[in-house]
Design a protein around this ligand. Structure first.
Ligand code: MEV
Length: 323
């Protein structure tokens, strides 16, 4: 079960942001092909701001990392400091005397967008404490800049899904296209226990692409077509079709070289236990897989994933208020 939850704001300047799952299209989205992402609203990052004595400046506490730094002392490539600087710049505001605290229920380096989620929550909380609620487009823009520290050249799908908190059909450098879910569906997210660096995975794909552009372009085209078909399936409530598309997408990601034996084992275990489809999600080389299940298969698929070595498991119903 998800341990997080949106909850009630008990602090005046507390704001949050969800995690995200890429249903289809990771990596090929970096090369301009479409991808589909959905928010996971029950696993969230939270940030809040409290005043401190005059003259103390802005301190940023990253609680999960047990790190604390004054904005004035932070390096240019400190993600939360960059986030704060971008918020202050966009509001033309002075640095406040305050502490900004950040916590996330999302596992780091798992493909659920923890970096983008933390930045979105922090941007919202700091801005709110300065008397301004940021629009999703502004949250997305700031988060995208912060993501560049983590990932180099992120496509923008993570910050878009997280800032808009809606299902998104995403094409790089285009306006986000949100869409409606016809019939809610259940996903199991299973963590392989292997931390995954998006930057490393994207760089490895880039190297392979440059060595075999024709082959990789075909892979990217096929995955782009799968993403479009997946969006259509979700819009039409064709859940079995979505399962088949997830399976197809995983095979192509394997050909792209971003899967691992451990991820393949989780995917196969989920399918054998009755999942309608399963694939790695995010940058791969570790991180999470997703399995599409229904009420009957959720328990056996969970058990199979535990047996196959998943170290953490969450359930999400996509398209319902508890997703
Ligand atoms: C990471 O969540 C998704 C990737 O496609 C990278 C990106 O889109 O920037 C692997």
């Amino acid at each position: 079960m998800y341990s997080g939850g949106q909850g009630i704001n008990t602090r005046p300047f507390e704001r949050s942001a969800p995690g995200k799952i890429i249903l289809c299209g990771e990596h090929s989205v970096v090369y301009g092909r479409p991808a589909v992402g959905v928010p996971v609203s029950t696993v969230r990052s939270t940030a809040w701001v409290a005043s401190t004595p005059s003259g103390s400046g802005l301190r940023i506490d990253a609680l999960d990392l047990q790190q604390s730094a004054l904005l004035g002392d932070a390096d240019a490539d400190d993600p939360l400091a960059l986030c704060a600087r971008l918020v202050l710049k966009s509001l033309s505001a002075q640095e406040p005397d305050a502490v900004l605290k950040v916590h996330s229920d999302l596992p780091i380096a798992s493909g659920m967008g923890s970096g983008a989620s933390v930045a979105a929550a922090a941007a919202r909380a700091l801005s709110a404490s300065l008397g301004h609620e940021l629009a999703p487009s502004a949250v997305s823009r700031i988060t995208h800049e912060v993501e560049k520290i983590h990932h180099g050249v992120p496509s923008g799908i993570d910050n878009t899904v997280i800032a808009w908190e809606r299902p998104v059909y995403f094409v790089k450098d285009s306006a986000p296209q949100t869409f409606a879910i016809h019939t809610p569906f259940k996903l199991i997210v299973a963590y392989s226990g292997i931390a995954s660096s998006t930057k490393a995975a994207v760089t490895a794909v880039r190297r392979r692409f440059e060595a075999a552009e024709g082959y990789y372009s075909v892979l990217f085209d096929c995955i782009g077509a799968i993403s479009t078909a997946a969006r259509d399936a979700v819009e039409q409530g064709a859940i079995q079709t979505l399962g088949t598309l997830l399976n197809e997408n995983h095979e192509l990601l394997t050909k792209m070289g971003v899967s691992l034996a451990q991820l393949d084992e989780l995917v196969v275990a989920a399918r054998q236990a009755g999942a309608m489809g399963a694939k790695l999600t995010g940058s791969g080389q570790g991180g999470n897989i997703i399995a599409l299940v229904d009420e009957e298969t959720v328990a056996p698929v969970r058990a199979a994933l535990e047996g196959a070595g998943a170290t953490r498991i969450w359930e999400a119903t996509v398209g319902s208020s508890d997703a």
